[in-house]
Design a protein around this ligand. Structure first.
Ligand SMILES: C[S@@+](CC[C@H](N)C(=O)[O-])C[C@H]1O[C@@H](n2cnc3c(N)ncnc32)[C@H](O)[C@@H]1O
Length: 287
């Protein structure tokens, strides 16, 4: 079992399908995953929001980091594919809309686009990067943090192995896109971004509860590959496989590796046709 977990993560190719089996329940998310936004300080610092800026938060979730950006005096719009998360964000006072970040339809409407812990759920990264490019005014910045190559590597391998043992292709239901810095750098550059900074940051993270809570919160597409009756045993088996490496002194740890980056849409030379600042297009994302 332990040797299964040591299998290195594959070099992932993005899949075409969004992880439709992943459901975001704000109450469960707050209970099992508050650390996701609590640990968002480094990417907020990279964004360095300023008063008066217009900023888009992609995959804003229930909005704690969106609120933090708002505290800088910036005007922030949150966008998330989950109606439940958007409702929770709105209840906290965030201006948020339901939409798919892989189908953005804004035109030079923002000074910056921000994203924390969401881009690795978006299985068509080129579509996201293209939409962000169009959403930014020339000179605008894209600051993000996501799961990077090797993120939750042991957990990932254990989930796939446990499905494989049941005759199910775990990789076919894998919802995550964890790119290397080189791969994401190349995608950003391909669209025209100037990459100022991009690097992996290993960040083992103590969990607030048991591994099963983490799995139920973040690994639904793997769990839902099985009939309901088989899921409890699956979760117990994956947790047992991970225990020797990720449980110590009464606490579970997840082997997070973050990819953090800052990229700029280059300014257009003065007087060129594109040297205009657009306005917010209503209904700015096609979901
Ligand atoms: C782990 S949560 C992170 C939420 C928030 N950014 C934070 O730091 O707490 C990931 C969020 O990404 C959203 N998401 C996933 N795929 C998306 C997509 N294609 N378009 C918009 N949002 C998406 C999910 O609905 C979820 O709320």
């Amino acid at each position: 079992m332990a040797s299964d977990n040591q299998r290195p993560p594959r070099d992932q190719a993005p899949r075409d399908q969004a992880p439709r089996d992943q459901h975001w329940d704000p109450e469960r998310y707050a209970r099992n995953a508050r650390f996701v936004s609590d640990l968002g300080r480094p990417v907020l610092d990279l964004l360095a929001p300023a008063a008066g800026e217009r900023i888009l938060d992609l995959g804003c979730g229930d909005g704690p980091l969106t609120l933090e950006i708002m505290r800088s005096g910036a005007e922030v719009l949150g966008l998330d594919a989950s109606p439940e998360q958007v409702a929770a964000a709105r209840a906290e006072g965030v201006d948020a809309l339901v939409g798919d970040a892989m189908a953005l339809d804004f035109d030079q409407a923002f000074d910056a686009v921000f994203s924390n812990a969401a881009l690795h759920w978006m299985t068509r990264p080129a579509a996201v990067i293209d939409g962000v490019w169009r959403a930014l005014r020339p000179g605008g910045r894209f600051a993000g943090e996501m799961g990077g190559q090797g993120n939750v590597g042991r957990i990932h391998a254990a989930l796939i192995s446990a499905l494989d043992r049941r005759g199910i292709d775990g990789r076919a239901v894998d919802p995550w896109y964890f790119p290397s810095p080189e791969a994401y750098h190349a995608k950003l550059e391909e669209r025209g971004f100037e990459v100022r900074e991009i690097a992996l940051h290993p960040r083992p993270t103590e969990l607030p509860g048991a591994m099963e809570g983490w799995l139920q919160t973040f690994a639904e597409p793997f769990i839902k590959a099985l009939p309901s009756a088989d899921r409890a045993a699956f979760l117990a088996e994956v947790s047992a496989a991970l225990r020797p490496e990720l449980f110590a002194q009464g606490r579970w740890t997840a082997d997070y590796v973050r990819l953090r980056f800052l990229a700029i849409r280059p300014p257009t030379p003065p007087g060129s046709a594109d040297d205009t600042k657009g306005t917010l297009v209503s209904g700015g994302a096609r979901s």
